[in-house]
Design a protein around this ligand. Structure first.
Ligand SMILES: C[S@@+](CC[C@H](N)C(=O)[O-])C[C@H]1O[C@@H](n2cnc3c(N)ncnc32)[C@H](O)[C@@H]1O
Length: 275
């Protein structure tokens, strides 16, 4: 049996058995000063310094970020676009490694994790900082780096055609309305240079769910809408779904009842357009 896993596939907590992937997670934890006793944990973590201006590392990102870093094949100094960046540590980690990072999000401060905090601030009549770009700059400074952050809808990106060497989007499309996700992937494709790559992760389930998680067919539809092509083998088949869900429950100490996994894929933009 071939034990080499395809690049384009379902990724999950079991991928953290790959030492290189786990080392990336540990490097990010250490950048965020996650206490060493929590280093093995894959649950949501934040930089402990500051409440508002802090980077985040969500649970599923523990395998999505290493996947992206290992398969991005970013050349030194590459111009990279993060679509739907939130306050994810990934953009700051890549900037720290010397890449030129532009990040876009429709919102950065009032994520659900700090919603309660903003409600208290509001009740006390204190001003809520609205300048999202300043907040992102402050977080970037914490890691001695800088990023070019823009507030925008990724379904309508404020960039010229073919601006970036790489475009990625980690766990964002499933948060968009049906149809808007297709607009977004087309936009991401438009701003990608010829020969460049697009890396995407989305919530995934082999069966249709009430909450938005892509099935194999929906992932393939999304890819076809992008107008880009797979440069590598792909496999979104699932044989061991129940085993996967119980592994996730064990990883999260059964605190979360997980029902989804991540699908991850790399697409390439053709250098020559045939007509
Ligand atoms: C689950 S979070 C992922 C954040 C980040 N990619 C990370 O790795 O932590 C989803 C993010 O997508 C952003 N988002 C949702 N719809 C968007 C849109 N139409 N345009 C830009 N960002 C959007 C949200 O504001 C949120 O920050």
């Amino acid at each position: 049996m071939n034990s080499i896993k395809p690049i384009n596939r379902r990724i999950t907590v079991e991928d953290l058995r790959i030492p290189e992937w786990k080392n990336i997670v540990l490097e990010m934890h250490s950048m965020m000063r996650v206490p060493s006793e929590n280093m093995h944990k894959f649950a949501y973590c934040t930089d402990r310094r500051g409440l508002v201006y802090r980077a985040e590392f969500e649970s599923f990102k523990h395998w999505e970020y290493p996947w992206l870093i290992k398969h991005g094949e970013f050349k030194p100094g590459a111009k990279i676009l993060d679509c739907g960046c939130g306050r994810g540590i990934l953009q700051f980690y890549l900037a720290k490694k010397g890449y030129s990072i532009t990040s876009v999000d429709i919102s950065t401060l009032k994520t659900h994790q700090v919603q309660g905090f903003w409600e208290i601030v509001k009740k006390l009549g204190l001003p809520i900082p609205e300048d999202k770009a300043s907040a992102m700059k402050a977080i970037a400074r914490r890691y001695d780096t800088s990023i070019d952050f823009r507030v925008a809808n990724i379904a309508k990106l404020p960039f010229e055609d073919e601006t970036f060497d790489h475009v990625y989007s980690i766990s964002v499309l499933e948060h968009m309305a049906k149809g808007e996700d297709v607009m977004a992937i087309k936009e991401m494709s438009r701003v990608l240079k010829k020969g460049g790559t697009m890396l995407v992760t989305v919530d995934f389930s082999p069966v249709k769910m009430e909450r938005k998680a892509y099935t194999k067919e929906e992932v393939l539809d999304l890819i076809s809408a992008s107008g880009l092509y797979f440069d590598n083998v792909y496999d979104f088949e699932v044989q061991d779904w129940q085993k996967h869900l119980s592994e996730l429950d064990i990883a999260f100490s059964k605190k979360n009842k997980c029902q989804v996994s991540s699908a991850a894929f790399v697409l390439k933009k053709a250098v020559i357009k045939y007509c």
